[in-house]
Design a binder for this molecule. Structure first.
Ligand code: G4P
Length: 537
């Protein structure tokens, strides 16, 4: 494998630097192997020398990644962080996403900052219903997706059936680049469809070091693996016949997904996947601004905030905004403009952030992510820039599906309650709604139940405010305007609530009633997609 060509004169050229960036996120159902794969990518990226170190460091890293106690208790990852390492001359930015559907909105925001995604599926489970929403998010963003069929070292499902399932359920056409030889439970290795070679699977104890890859010519594989090889060849010719072949253009368009078979635990297939990230995943390109005009990579620095998070470091009670760089060269200490307010913003405290660990970052290029510490004025979707003004489009929010009323248990803690509420709303932990003419208690709106749990937990542990939450109720939310809201109030059958930015939401209990109103009054504004309350528009 060759390293990407890159000359010393290009050291600070944003276009050359963008060319060597690959920024992607891993999405998967909890337990499919995202953490294991991340560790192995680090191993292959040379970020750590051997798996003992990976484990030790992973232990620390994982603790850092799962910095929030609730994550440790539930064994899920809610917070997103970013890892950077180099591989074959490329700078790889790996963005972490929460692996649970309840946090799909968070995943959506992270994907706004990624150029590609790796979807990890457990070969025994396939596409799990709970995670479908995360994959739909990928489809909605039309983000190029690579698929990694994990845990091939142990019994699993029939691979052709899995391909069907991916296509049917996600609407993404898998194009296998490697194909398994041997039945699930008796895995022999893979055939690389590009070369026809057989890559033998050797069981390494938990993949202590990068797996030695035994590449066997097809004629020899036929002798060594006879029955299993013949079966694999039959399946491969079936794939050829239906045209399920690697196609770069349709991959970039988000229609097909190059698929790799492997076992993250034993390192098998990890190198193939990483090579595919370098060779197939798109490099950062000029990002369209709000009016659709692309911001050229060589333009002065610009970037947008895709995540904010307070209190990551409990000792310092800080506030970090994660910014994806879109153009130019970022240099720590430079003063940039906060597009929403027009005010200058100092970047003295720029860092790379992983959980509660952080290192100072001195420079960054398109595709990179910087953490701006103590950036309490920055909101999700905000643009920062130097030179010619630019505003990137806001990151759309999901329509919330569950609603619960919150009250501070101890009224003397009302101030803390308010402060926490404002902060957690800003982070997008939940959306906060008010009834303009009724109960003054805020109504919390979320996509999934666990968002409420995180909200309550953080309010109690970070703001010392214990809350009482009514049982969350499912409702259908539609964004509306003042005129329609007045009409809706007169016909009834829904509740009108206001977001802190003034946007009005109509909450319907009955889908039929909503449908009927839409049929009878096509001119009423009842919009399904909502923009984030802290977006710039
Ligand atoms: P997640 O981040 O997606 O939630 O998954 P994670 O990597 O934590 O993996 C979940 C479990 O699956 C772990 O086992 C892990 O070792 C195992 N696993 C991951 N990849 C493979 C694979 O390729 N083959 C096999 N056989 N297992 C795999 P655990 O028992 O929960 O944890 P541990 O004690 O092994 O660390």
């Amino acid at each position: 494998m060759t390293a990407l060509a890159y000359g010393p004169d290009q050291a600070s050229d944003p276009v050359a630097q963008a060319g060597r960036r690959r920024t992607f996120a891993i999405i998967s159902h909890p337990d499919a192997g995202k953490t294991t794969l991340t560790e192995k990518l680090l191993l292959y990226g040379g970020a750590v020398a051997e798996a003992g170190a990976v484990k030790a460091r992973a232990g620390r890293r994982r603790a850092a990644s799962d910095w929030m106690e609730i994550e440790q208790q539930r064994g899920i990852s809610i917070t997103s962080t970013v890892l950077q390492f180099t591989y074959r001359g490329c700078v790889i930015n790996l963005l972490d996403t929460p692996g649970h559907r309840d946090f799909s909105e968070d995943t959506y925001r992270v994907l706004a900052a990624a150029d590609a995604a790796v979807m990890v599926l457990d070969v025994a489970k396939g596409v799990e219903a709970q995670t479908l929403k995360l994959f739909e998010v990928c489809r909605a963003r039309r983000i190029p997706v690579l698929t990694f069929l994990n845990k091939y070292d142990r019994p699993g499902r029939e691979p052709l059936a899995l391909l069907d399932e991916i296509e049917q359920q996600i609407g993404l056409r898998p194009t296998p680049v490697t194909w398994p030889v041997g039945i699930p439970g008796d895995f022999r290795g893979v055939v690389d469809r590009r070369s026809g070679d057989f890559i033998r699977f050797t069981r390494t104890a938990r993949g202590a070091t990068a797996a030695p890859e035994e590449v066997v010519a097809p004629a020899q594989a036929e002798v060594d693996e006879s029955g299993a090889w013949d079966q694999a060849m039959e399946e491969v010719s079936l794939l050829d016949a239906v045209g399920a072949n690697l196609d770069h253009e349709s991959f970039l368009a988000g229609d097909t997904s190059p698929l790799f078979v492997g076992s993250a635990l034993t390192n098998f297939g990890v190198r193939h996947l990483l090579d595919a990230v370098v060779d197939l995943a798109p490099r950062p390109s000029a990002r369209p601004d709000q009016s659709g005009r692309p911001r050229a990579l060589e333009d002065p620095f610009s970037g947008f905030v895709f995540k904010v998070q307070a209190n990551m470091d409990p000792a310092h009670r800080d506030h970090v905004a994660f910014v994806r760089v879109c153009s130019g060269r970022f240099e720590r200490g430079m003063t940039v403009v906060h597009a929403a307010s027009g005010r200058p913003f100092s970047t003295k405290y720029a860092a790379s952030v992983f959980g509660s660990e952080r290192d100072t970052i001195d420079e960054a290029y398109p595709g990179d992510v910087i953490g701006l510490v103590n950036a309490s004025d920055l909101r999700i979707g905000d643009t920062l820039h130097q030179g010619t003004a630019v505003v990137f489009p806001p990151i759309p929010a999901f329509a919330p599906e569950l609603f619960a009323t919150a009250r501070a248990r101890d009224t003397s803690r009302h101030k803390q309650f308010r402060r926490g509420l404002a902060q957690l709303e800003q982070e997008g932990v939940v959306q906060v709604l008010h009834d303009p003419d009724g109960d003054p208690s805020p109504v919390l709106a979320a996509v999934g139940q666990m968002q409420f749990e995180v909200f309550s937990y953080r309010l109690e542990h970070e703001y010392d405010a214990v809350i009482e939450l009514s049982a969350p109720r499912p409702r259908i939310a539609r964004r509306t305007d003042g005129a329609t809201a007045a009409q809706l109030r007169s016909v009834g059958g829904c509740r009108i609530l206001a977001r802190s930015d003034g946007a009005l939401l109509a909450l319907f209990e009955s889908p039929y009633w909503l449908q009927r109103l839409q049929t009878d009054h096509p001119d009423w504004q009842l919009e399904a997609v909502l923009t984030h309350p802290s977006g710039t528009t």
